[in-house]
Ligand binder design. Sequence first.
Ligand code: NAD
Length: 318
Amino acid sequence: MASAIGRRQAFKLATQARLFSSSAARNAAQVKSLGVIGAGQMGLGIALVAAQKAGIPVTLIDQSQAALDKGLGFAEKLLAKDVSKSRLTQDQADKARSLLSPSTAIEDLSGVDFVIEAVPEISSLKFDIFAKLAKVCPKHTILATNTSSISITKIAASTTKDPTDLSASSRVVSTHFMNPVPVQKGVEIISGLQTSKETVDTAVEFCKAMGKIPSVSADSPGFIANRILMPYINEAIICLETGVGTRDDIDAMMKNGTNVPMGPLQLADFIGLDTCLAIMKVLYQETGDSKYRPSILLGKMVDAGWFGKKSGKGFYDY
Ligand code: NAD
């Protein structure tokens, strides 16, 4: 009986979300400004691609001024490389750079049409940010997350204390970009139970305007990409810890045997071992299925602070 009531309530909320229109979503052509929260490897890539491909101003927020300086320095290097390889003219590179404005204050997103959050994969951190965004942003702003694994329904619920009030939660969606953002074409669009159809449509169109190819996924642990990718990486780490193969043999076998640009251990270093562990934990906790148990070696490496490329040490040294 309880689950029947739960299903009816879920159906009611989903129907409300679909019908909800108010001043909510705008189409991609009306997205004239973007806010990105988190100037790490993903946020920086998203900001840069939006400036280059969609040609709109981007406010890049990070809690750390050092992260903003490092991120913008990296963006300048990427743009200079594109100019040197004749992929961009100097004018185009200058224009893209001029569209990026750094800030440490989330309140600076009070005028943007679309926000993409890309802070670390920690639920409580994301919930706090979405509660703030619901207050700071205009009532039409799409509130997107780049989470790799956290439920969009839970993130949407964090925008309000009243679950029947869909005014902010219907504008929450996931735009899950792939790493490195300037290179990878795929992006996953995931809606929560509360997300309106206009929000999903706007997110799909905006990602296309950024030159990406969207795939729509259900709000299920790991979505499509990480449901498939992370157990593959985790299994490679288990192969290493149980002596099935050396680091180099595991990576060489998968690289040369499946025609991918890098092996799973190197890929884990590029993604970030902290991020891989966080995703495996979500898959394991949400499904209760032992096939998603994170490798013990992965946990130990994160305990040691060996996060991969971003910290200078992982399965490889950088
Ligand atoms: P990262 O560690 O490189 O960057 C995170 C940034 O967020 C840092 O610059 C940090 O200073 C900043 N930050 C932390 N707390 C903040 C706060 N309260 N307000 C503002 N900024 C804050 O992480 P990343 O690899 O860019 O991952 C970001 C998100 O993207 C995560 O949810 C991750 O799961 C997801 N993701 C990562 C990958 C990947 O390959 N790394 C791929 C797809 C999605």
